[in-house]
Design a protein. Sequence first.
Length: 304
Amino acid sequence: MAATIFEFFGYRADDVSEVAKHAADTEICPISGDTCQKSFNDGVVSGVCAIKPITSEPVICCPIRLYADDYRILSDIAGRAFRPGLRLVAGRDAVKHAADHEEECVAVFGKGWGGELRLPQKSKKGGYFVDWVLARLSNKGDLVEFVAVEVQTIDTTGTYRPGYEALKADRSVEKTTAGLNWENVAKRILPQLIYKGQILQREELCRSGLFFVCPAPVFERIMERLGGQEGLIRYALQPASITFAVYDYDMPKAATVGNLISLKNTLNHSTTVYKVQEAFNNVTLPVENVYRDAILRALGSSGE
């Protein structure tokens, strides 16, 4: 597989503006305002937000990239799960904010806001982190309801180091051996979604279940693994919900030089954890005797 780096420290790799060069020189992520969190094994900051396979559209590979527009994805979800217009406040400050301003607000728990909340495993050892918990508080600071949010992009395979070196040297875009680790969709992403969804549907104050935010290409691969979107019947939000909140580049409004490409919410598909689990377990098997036939071919026999 081959790919090029599509976004480098927030800006398009082919953006040669001074602001894009400055972001790369200082290694500052323009979305978080801090040093880029992506790095190579030797600790060198990579700055890669997205890669573009040679034969397909670019795919976001850094979750921070989805937090553009001041964490718009969280505001979008709070508006759908609760109501539009509620202020998002860091979790530890939310009770005081609600009481001081006598207004409902959303307490945000997640990295950089109020600390991630851990879901315990059945064995009581370790546990899964939920990326975000959005909790609606009354105007007196009382907990009314909450919703959980997972944000997932995609891991890469191979290496884009040569592309990084070229961009650092003279802002040139070079082909790399980087690829996308789609196997994680089945091995890691879906089992965790099902596990977390089952726990959350037993929570009396989690009335809208789990929201799963991902780039459009990741959603498409998930749907392929689950047998197609049409098999996941739509349901209204409920405690057992899993809502796929899909975001993609707004390419018709592609960034001008020196600006980030906007993201758009292309789809919100709410189903239930039971439907996801049913589809995940519905494996399509090959025809019978495939191992036998493979052995016979290797032995040079056509068999019967």
